[in-house]
Design a binder for this molecule. Structure first.
Ligand SMILES: Nc1ncnc2c1ncn2[C@@H]1O[C@H](COP(=O)(O)OP(=O)(O)OP(=O)(O)O)[C@@H](O)[C@H]1O
Ligand SMILES: [Mg+2]
Length: 239
C-alpha cells in the first residue's frame, strides 16, 4: 500500500526560482527512504508540502490512500505521521519538557494522567527522564532535538518524517538515535547530510537534484573512513 504518493509536484516560493519541478515520489508501507542533497535544494520544502505546511503550486498528494486537498484533510493525517522539524524550536511550544511531550497524546484524546504517563515512558526510552521538569527554552541544541523526537514518538505514528535528526547531536546520542530508529518497524523518510546515518537508518536513498528526487543506485551508502580532528591521536574505529 502507498502511504504517501506525490504526483507532478511543482513549487517556487513567491518571487523565487522553481524549487520543485514535476516531482514524483511514493512511500510504500514499510519503506525506509533517505533523502540527501545540497543545502537549499528543497528537501525541507518537500516535506513541508507533504505535511501540508506549504501548498504546492501544482500536483497531487495522496496520503494513506486518500487524496489530500486542503487543511481539513491534512488535519486528519498529521497525527498519523511523526514529523520532526529541522529546527527543534519549531517543534517545542510548551514551557516544560513533560508538557511538551504530553501535548500530542492529550490532543489525541487521552486523559491528562494517561498523556503524562505516555510522555514519561517515551522520555525514559530516550534517556530523558531527568528532563521532565526542565524548561524547554533552556535546553541545549542537542537536548532540544531529542525532546522534539520524543514529542513525535509518543504519538506512535504510522510513518516518520525526520528532517535532519542528527543536527546538534553528539556521537553517543547519534548512536542512540540510530538504535531507537532501528527498533521502530515503520515506514520513514529521513533527510540528512550524514551519509553514514542514512545508511544505517534507511534502505533506499534518493538525491534531490534539479527539483526532483532521483534514485541513483550508484550512490551507494557506506560507512567510511573519514578525516577528523584528533585523527593523529591513536584511536579505534568500530569498523
Ligand atoms: N519561506 C521561504 N521563503 C522564501 N524562500 C525560502 C523560504 N523557505 C526556504 N526558502 C528557500 O528555498 C530554498 C530551499 O530551501 P529548503 O529549506 O527546502 O532547502 P533544504 O534542501 O532543506 O536545505 P538544507 O540542506 O540547508 O536544510 C532555499 O534557497 C531557501 O532559501
Ligand atoms: Mg532542510
Amino acid at each position: 500500500m502507498k502511504l504517501i504518493s506525490l504526483k507532478n509536484i511543482s513549487f517556487a516560493y513567491p518571487g523565487g526560482r522553481t524549487l520543485l519541478e514535476e516531482l514524483n515520489f511514493d512511500l510504500n508501507s514499510g519503506e525506509q527512504v533517505g533523502i540527501i542533497g545540497p543545502n537549499g535544494s528543497g528537501k525541507t520544502t518537500l516535506v513541508h508540502i507533504i505535511m501540508g505546511l506549504i501548498k504546492p503550486l501544482s500536483g497531487q498528494i495522496e496520503i494513506f490512500g486518500q487524496e489530500i486537498n486542503g487543511e481539513k484533510d491534512f488535519q486528519k493525517i498529521r497525527p498519523r505521521i511523526g514529523f520532526v522539524f529541522q529546527n527543534a524550536d519549531d517543534q517545542l511550544i510548551y514551557p516544560t519538557v513533560l508538557e511538551d511531550v504530553a501535548f500530542g497524546p492529550l490532543n489525541l484524546g487521552y486523559s491528562p494522567d494517561k498523556a503524562k504517563e505516555l510522555a514519561r515512558a517515551t522520555l525514559a526510552r530516550l534517556g530523558l527522564s531527568a528532563f521532565e521538569q526542565r524548561l524547554t527554552h533552556h535546553l541545549s541544541g542537542g537536548e532540544k532535538k531529542l525532546v522534539s523526537i520524543a514529542t513525535v514518538l509518543v504519538m506512535q505514528p504510522e510513518a516518520l518524517i525526520f528532517d535532519e535528526p542528527t543536527t546538534a547531536l553528539d556521537e553517543q546520542t547519534r548512536e542512540k538515535l540510530i538504535q531507537i530508529i532501528g527498533e521502530l518497524d515503520i515506514a520513514r523518510i529521513i533527510i540528512s547530510h550524514d551519509y553514514d546515518f542514512l545508511a544505517q537508518t534507511t534502505k533506499k536513498q534518493y538525491l534531490m537534484n534539479k527539483g526532483r528526487l532521483v534514485f541513483d543506485p550508484s550512490v551507494v551508502m557506506h560507512k567510511h573512513v573519514h578525516v577528523h580532528p584528533l585523527g593523529h591521536v591513536p584511536h579505534k574505529h568500530e569498523e
